[in-house]
Design a protein around this ligand. Structure first.
Ligand SMILES: NC(=O)c1ccc[n+]([C@@H]2O[C@H](COP(=O)([O-])OP(=O)(O)OC[C@H]3O[C@@H](n4cnc5c(N)ncnc54)[C@H](OP(=O)(O)O)[C@@H]3O)[C@@H](O)[C@H]2O)c1
Length: 337
């Protein structure tokens, strides 16, 4: 593992990454020396995130989500990824409370849905999520996608949330280079993470985005690491041959590929045995050859949306500034009274 970490830190990373074949064995983030469910990737502002968490997209609210989160926490997971649109925030919050594990030990992430873009709407949305989850703060709050635009206006609201402590870290999901460049061009702090569909089938087409994130210190969170559970994809020759060579399951091979790539992982399962299986990827290593064979698979899952191509709409880039000005004006008037 030290070798992987050294590779990521090597000064020659960029030129190697641009060369095509060979870069499949290089990581897009500095990997921890001793990986485990509680090992972490570094985030900006001296925050950190567990290298793996549990995703709960399509986990039904109620016992299905509560049990999955409970089993994950029992198995040692310390990160949960939900979203307002999943409709299961309340169940995630309940399972966390009932786990008996201190809130500060668990990294909790949720997302702002497309219909809540805009400065005021975003502020309302985070309050709703905090209420559903019954927590005082989020560890990570993401803009779910660039669809519906108002990107800078919405991002400015997330910056305020970070400043007020409602969200310790803020990030985006499904953002392409033009959306990220817009944030950068407007002089705003960059997202801590970009959560995107990421697995061997789409690695080649996403290389430019991955390199952009790496160069700008944006951690990539991968979704769809398990090919969305599609059996025919899990049976790809490159996956099954690595699995039998290592005595592992196809799911473990795919997750290990994602880990060695330097992606933060959030595999979803509602099954106790799979939640455990998915976490057991830190005691074997894929060779450079196995990484390359996996990385050159091609195809689409067809199960996901493609918001990375959404137009770049900024919204009112002065809205937050005006609001902050109005708030400080009110404060000044009150203190004069
Ligand atoms: N930001 C976004 O736009 C976005 C989009 C999609 C997902 N996400 C996030 O990313 C997480 C993961 O993505 P995902 O849920 O779409 O896909 P995924 O993790 O690639 O796959 C989940 C599917 O794989 C099955 N599965 C789990 N473990 C397995 C194993 N060991 N062997 C075989 N099949 C297995 C699950 O079924 P069972 O549950 O029956 O085990 C489920 O059907 C989501 O839960 C969500 O938190 C974000």
């Amino acid at each position: 593992m030290a070798r992987m970490a050294r590779i990521a830190l090597a000064a020659g990373w960029l030129s190697l990454a641009a060369s095509g074949i060979g870069d499949a064995s290089r990581a897009y983030a500095t990997l921890p020396e001793h990986p485990s469910l509680t090992a972490k990737f570094q985030l900006p502002s001296e925050r950190s995130i567990p290298i793996m968490g549990l995703g709960v997209f399509k986990s039904k609210p109620g016992p299905e989500t509560e049990d999955a989160v409970k089993w994950a926490l029992e198995h040692g997971y310390r990160m949960i990824d939900t979203a307002a649109i999943y409709g299961n925030e309340a169940s995630v919050g309940k399972a966390i409370r009932e786990s008996g594990i201190a809130r500060k030990e668990i990294f909790l992430a949720t997302k702002l849905w497309d219909s809540a873009h805009g400065y005021d709407q975003a502020h309302k949305a985070i309050r709703k999520s905090l209420q559903e989850l019954r927590v005082d703060y989020l560890d990570l709050y993401l803009i779910h996608s660039p669809n519906t635009g108002k990107l800078i206006e919405t991002w400015d609201a997330l910056i305020d949330m970070k400043m007020s402590g409602l969200a310790h870290s803020i990030g985006v999901s499904n953002f392409g280079i033009p959306h990220l460049e817009a944030i950068k061009a407007h002089g705003r702090e960059l997202p801590a993470v970009n959560q995107i569909e990421m697995h061997p089938l789409n690695w080649q087409e996403r290389k430019a985005l991955l390199e952009w994130c790496h160069e700008n210190g944006v951690l990539v969170q991968a979704y769809g690491s398990l090919f969305f559970g599609q059996q025919e994809r899990l049976a790809e020759e490159a996956v099954t041959s690595a699995a039998s060579a290592k005595g592992r399951t196809p799911a473990q091979v795919l997750l290990r590929w994602g880990f060695q790539m330097g992606f933060q992982l959030i595999p979803k399962s509602i099954k106790k045995e799979r939640i455990l299986e998915n976490s057991q990827i830190f005691d074997f290593e894929l060779s450079d050859e196995e990484m390359e064979q996996l990385s050159f698979l091609k195809g689409e899952l067809g199960a996901y949306w493609q918001p990375l191509d959404a137009p770049v709409d900024l919204g009112d880039v002065t809205f937050a500034e005006k609001k902050r000005g109005a708030r400080s004006g009110e404060g000044a008037r009150r203190s004069e009274m």
